[in-house]
Design a protein around this ligand. Sequence first.
Ligand SMILES: [Zn+2]
Ligand SMILES: [Zn+2]
Length: 322
Amino acid sequence: MMKALQLDIDGRPALKSLPCPEPGPGETLLRVSHCAICRTDAKMSLAGHRDLSLPRVPGHEIVGKDETDGSFYLVWPGHACEACEPCRSGRENLCDRMRILGFHRDGGFAQWVTVPKASLIPVSPGLPGRIACLTEPLACTLNALELSGLSAGQRVLIFGAGPVGLMMALSAHSLGALVHIVECDSLKLELSGRFREAVGVEASTGCPDEPYHVAVNAAPSPVTLQQGISRLKPGGLFCLFSGFIGDFSIPGALLNELHYRQLRVAGAYGCTRKNMMQALSLLADHARIAELLIEEVIGLEESVDAMDRMLSARTMKFVIEF
Ligand SMILES: [Zn+2]
Ligand SMILES: [Zn+2]
């Protein structure tokens, strides 16, 4: 048996003792060393998620040890079919038959997890697990910026100074872009101060007037769409990175702005294995800065409490250490 956090059939999180999973064909059993908590994990226990089936052990930001060879691995959380058109064109995050760890199958909020061998990415022994487990969300930001076509010297506007907005800033900075973060919550702006200083990113509570090549939302408010589009240079791109919450409508005048100024809107969801490898090396190069993204390293027993605290939306990342 193993200790795990499981969302029950109603989505309520509880600590449980569950049977150890058995690896199927093409799978490996990992002893989880670290699993970071994603805001999605905290939110979906209340609101559900398109890809979630219950009951479920959540957790998709996993680093674990293969006890048969003693190596540590990062886990790309998808399980793609490798045969469909998106898979064959290097967009396996859009696989027609995608199954995601922590959503469709049990994830890393447990002492043991089984994962497809094809999803394993080796972690060099020098990089601490608590840092390496931040790779997946960072990789999602790299996917978004790649789709946005952001390049060196261009200006990017990021909405949201939560951990993911900050990771987006680190990714954009690594591409040589000039980054500005908008965060309307001044407390969150303050919390992110040390990280922003270390990366060299400016921020404000209001939206600056300058024009940007790319705007991207790491915040779920639909207002960011209107604000972002209005700040784009002609031909600029708004990347819809965080899904919007609540009911909202898009004014016709906003769509006409896309027409007259040849603007583009692109969605981004998840990441590819290639994005994860890029993100892992970015983290290895900036391990001390990445450390500032961690609010607290906790035990599994504290994870239910941590998910509650995250819903306040004013925390950095919690990392579960086993
Ligand atoms: Zn995540
Ligand atoms: Zn596929």
